[in-house]
Write a protein that binds this ligand. Structure first.
Ligand code: C2E
Ligand code: MG
Ligand code: MG
Length: 557
């Protein structure tokens, strides 16, 4: 339960208690008066009554008799009220306890909530300091938990969370503090001997094992893994906030290293994070300044040696840091949601460049998996083609297998729209990911690109050669052409040709070059148009063909 809601409930209950306490005080006063009256009148009235019964003189006074009865009634009333009150107090205590529990725990798992783990960890630190011990703080985040919710529904997700909660609790040492921070994130803290940090690692290992063992529920086997970040209390420069933050940073590092593992926090991670954050700030400023530019890598017909086109590879020409590789800035752009704008900006530049090249030359561009979650992507690309006048049939879009995981039907719809325009689709880096036949059949690919790791090792490693050969066979039977990337020498080129690869690219033909250098290369080969051919190119684009969004609408209609 959220903290403020719980606070509100506790406050309302306190108000109710105050009101009934005032009423109880009034009842108490009335009863005390009744008892006093009984004490003062009771003796006289009773002796009168006894006298009257025994036939002696001085019968009972009616008024005093009535007063006595009233007193008795009031005392009975007080007694009943006392019983009610005792019951009410018990109920109040139970309700108070419930409200308190709701305020400090997570209703799904019964573990502590985020707010409480902070307080409890502070207590744990105090206790540890008294014993000259330290505190380990572990942050656990389930890997790909979203898939379970998506595939099996939120009910199954809740069941998994409950199982995970009790499994974590079963592994932790006594006197631990365990909480669910929210979603699929858990945190725990416990005291350990600073001389023996390996004890914490052993616990983290056990946590990873216990979480990963299958959960069987209604005949379904669910397997979920976890990544753990670990930090330890250091009296010199640490507080609970820092402890939690460091464990969080370490957890992301564990994710980055491949998930299903644990990782201690160290200072370099903090520096990395700072560098990443400052890169992010500079990127935000760099996009509108046009610092992200297309570079071009030649793609060659392996049979004839003819230049067929270029792969556009983005570069960041940072004014402060020089030329920066996409391997550094693309992940940041993806994480921060900048990838869409950045990609469209370099696509526009490359279409503008390429429309001045010989019309036989194609251009291949990389599209991030994140972009394939944008239902308007096809429309945006088509709009760019129309605006720049670059013909769709000279464009090839490269996507990786990971693009197909998040939302396959949306990816299929976007790709369908792009293909309607005559744009070709290539599966990039094949062989590194799942390399699944199902994925190859899921989208109408025109081309498979063999990852350069296999190509560069083809001469030395028979396994790489076998894989390249198998992918070629696959391409042949599925009617898809094959491009080998990463060709660095003549021997590799010969080998690939003998295995049936039709197209290749790599440093053997030249490194990716800026537009100025690319224009020089094209001019030398007489492949630059003397005047822009924009009108002719634009006329080849069918802007009325349905795009991703419209396809989706038609599907759902
Ligand atoms: P990719 O699409 O697989 O591109 C091929 C990468 O291999 C390029 O690295 C290229 O420079 C490099 N390469 C080409 N030939 C050779 C060779 O013979 N030897 C070696 N060792 N390397 C070679 P680059 O330019 O650093 O790009 C890295 C990745 O960044 C690309 O891999 C692509 O996934 C991504 N990327 C680049 N530009 C964009 C973009 O505009 N949008 C998106 N979403 N991703 C991009
Ligand atoms: Mg590529
Ligand atoms: Mg590639």
């Amino acid at each position: 339960m959220a903290g403020p809601v719980a606070d509100e409930r506790v406050q309302t209950m306190k108000n109710v208690y105050k009101l009934s306490a005032r009423r109880d005080a009034l009842t108490g006063v009335i009863v005390i008066c009744a008892i006093l009256m009984f004490a003062s009148t009771g003796g006289t009235v009773l002796s009168d009554a006894i006298n009257s019964l025994s036939g002696q003189a001085g019968g009972s006074d009616n008024i005093l008799g009535s007063a006595l009865l009233l007193n008795i009634a009031l005392i009975l009333f007080g007694w009943r009220r006392y019983r009610d009150l005792s019951l009410e107090v018990e109920e109040r205590a139970a309700a108070e306890q419930r409200a308190h529990l709701l305020a400090i725990t997570d209703p799904l798992t019964g573990l502590l909530n985020r707010r409480t783990i902070e307080e409890k960890t502070t207590d744990l630190i105090d206790a540890a300091e008294r014993k000259h011990k330290s505190v380990a703080f572990l942050m656990l985040d389930l890997d790909n938990f979203k898939n379970i919710n998506d595939v099996y529904g939120h009910g199954a997700g809740d069941i998994v969370l409950k199982h995970v909660a009790s499994r974590i609790a079963s592994v932790l040492p006594p006197k631990n503090q365990l909480s669910r921070l929210g979603g699929d994130e858990f945190a725990c803290a416990f005291i350990f001997d600073p001389e023996q940090p390996e004890m914490v690692e052993r616990i983290a290992d056990d946590l990873i094992d216990t979480v990963a063992s299958p959960i069987v529920e209604n005949g379904i086997h669910l397997v979920v893994t976890t990544s753990i970040g670990m930090s330890r209390y250091d009296p010199a420069n640490n507080c609970v906030d820092a402890l939690m933050r460091q464990a969080d940073i370490a957890m992301y590092s564990a994710k980055k290293q491949g998930r299903n593992r644990h990782c201690w926090f160290d200072d370099t991670m903090e520096k990395e994070l700072q560098t990443r954050n400052s890169l992010e700030t500079e990127m935000r400023a760099g996009i509108p300044k046009g610092e992200f530019v297309p570079y071009y890598e030649q793609q060659i017909d392996l049979a004839t040696g003819k230049l067929e086109g270029f792969e556009m590879l983005c570069r960041w020409e940072s004014r402060t840091q020089g030329l920066i590789s996409p391997e550094i800035f693309i992940p940041i752009a993806e994480e921060t949601g900048m990838i869409g704008d950045l990609s469209l900006s370099v696509l526009r530049q490359s279409f503008d460049d390429a429309k001045h090249w010989d019309p036989s030359l194609t251009i291949s561009v990389n599209i991030s998996p994140i972009q394939l979650l944008d239902p308007w992507l096809a429309q945006k690309i088509v709009k760019l083609l129309v605006e720049t006048g670059f013909p769709a049939n000279r464009l090839e879009i490269e996507i990786t297998e990971s693009s197909l995981f998040e939302n396959l039907s949306l990816a299929q719809s976007i790709v369908g729209s792009l293909k309607n325009q005559g744009i070709k689709i290539a599966l990039d880096d094949f062989g590194t990911g799942y390399s699944s036949l199902a994925h190859l059949r899921a989208l109408p690919f025109d081309r498979i690109k063999i990852d350069r790791n296999f190509v560069t090792s083809i001469l030395k490693n028979p396994e790489s050669r076998a894989i390249v050969q198998a992918i070629n066979g696959l391409g042949e039977s599925l009617g898809m052409t094959i491009t080998a990337e990463g060709i660095e020498d003549k021997e590799t080129e010969n080998e690939l040709r003998s295995l049936g690869c039709t197209k290749g690219q790599g440093w053997y033909y030249g490194r990716p070059q800026s537009i100025h250098k690319t224009r020089e290369i094209l001019a030398e080969r007489n492949l630059l148009l003397t005047k822009p051919d924009a009108e002719i190119a634009a006329s080849q684009i069918d802007a009325s063909a349905p795009t991703g969004v419209e396809n989706m609408r038609q599907k759902t209609a």
